[in-house]
Ligand binder design. Structure first.
Ligand code: MLT
Length: 338
């Protein structure tokens, strides 16, 4: 009988503790799911690791994250949809896969707009970046809280060295489902093949497509050297890869947790930029040692640049806030107006 009373007492004590935990917020501890488009070893992964570390620390260990690398939670564009519906917490992906949901971020995929890491930082972390963050919340229901920078997207293929636009002819090149990038290849004289990121390795392996473009770091993280041999250094797109959070998930957090997300995103952004500077040359050398052959575009890439700028930019003036807006951006980067 005494034993039974003791049992009932400890049970009520345990229940009280549980209730206290609920009211103090402990029971709301959560493991946030983070989708990462690329495999391990690249800038997306670095951004994810740093974000997770700082986020956990800033929430006093109450909240944690779980990373799903290599598109395990779906294609990059699908993760934007899922996050916007509140079915996914975070995603790290290339900006070109956000553009279809929030057209104004297309300014970051306009060919030859971003010509250096400094340009990328100035655009994403300044006034323009804040506008893009706001537009993306409004248009896509996701909030950009951090940025990774992965370097220029270089062209790779399995067939032949490419230096001129003539060399491109006959090659089947995969592009993301992004109108600006599709139009850029059309300006270069070929019809590219839009393909989801998660299908790209297999597409290259099976010869459905011969080539694609992505930064050295991404080529390395995705092991594309196993299925691609020739690399052309082109500089039409500097790859920018945001960390997005579902806006509905963000809004359902306390102000303290929201601040922890923003602070961790900022810390991860700074870490990612530093990591790129330290690693890009080493990774390029590693890809060469694995047998990739690297070449520059002929004549300083002039014909690539001329065709892309003259044929693609005018088509997107309206979508990107008008020619004056683009000129303001160019001016802020210290460049000539168009
Ligand atoms: C793409 O080509 O779809 C993306 O740039 C891939 C990536 O996120 O690295």
């Amino acid at each position: 009988m005494i034993r039974k009373q003791r049992f009932i007492k400890s049970l009520s004590f345990a229940l009280c503790l549980g209730a206290a935990a609920v009211t103090s917020g402990l029971a709301q501890a959560k493991t946030f799911r983070v989708a990462v488009g690329d495999g391990a070893g690249g800038t997306q992964h670095q951004l994810a690791l740093k974000f997770s570390e700082v986020f956990k620390e800033k929430t006093g260990g109450q909240h944690d994250t779980q990373l799903f690398l290599n598109g395990q939670l779906g294609d990059e564009q699908a993760t934007v949809n899922d996050a916007s519906m509140g079915l996914l917490d975070f995603s790290i992906l290339a900006i070109n896969n956000v553009t279809p949901f929030s057209p104004s971020v297309g300014v970051l995929t306009l060919p030859y707009m971003v010509q250096s890491l400094d340009d990328a930082i100035a655009l994403t972390q300044g006034e323009v970046g804040q506008q893009l963050v706001d537009n993306t919340v409004r248009d896509a229901g996701v909030r950009i809280v951090g940025w990774a920078y992965s370097g220029f997207r270089v062209l790779t293929n399995s067939k032949q060295p490419v230096q001129s636009l003539d060399d491109l002819k006959g090659l089947k090149i995969r592009v993301p489902n992004n109108e600006i990038m599709i139009d850029t290849y059309r300006a270069w004289g070929i019809n590219p093949t839009p393909m989801a990121w998660s299908e790209t390795f297999t597409g290259l392996q099976l010869g459905v497509v011969d080539g694609q473009d992505n930064p050295y770091i991404t080529v390395y993280a995705m092991k594309f050297d196993e299925v691609q041999k020739y690399v052309t250094n082109i500089r039409y797109l500097f790859s920018i890869e945001p960390l997005i959070v579902s806006e509905s998930v963000f809004q359902s957090q306390t102000p303290e947790v929201q601040q922890a997300i923003l602070d961790a995103g900022q810390a991860a952004t700074e870490h990612g930029a530093q990591w790129l500077v330290e690693q890009e040359d080493k990774i390029r050398a590693e890809l060469t040692s694995r047998g990739m052959q690297i070449t520059d575009a002929a004549n300083g890439e002039q014909e690539w640049m001329d065709k892309a700028i003259s044929q693609v930019w005018p088509k997107y003036y309206d979508q990107l806030g008008g020619k004056e807006n683009l000129n303001k951006i160019l001016q802020s980067l210290g460049r000539d107006e168009i």
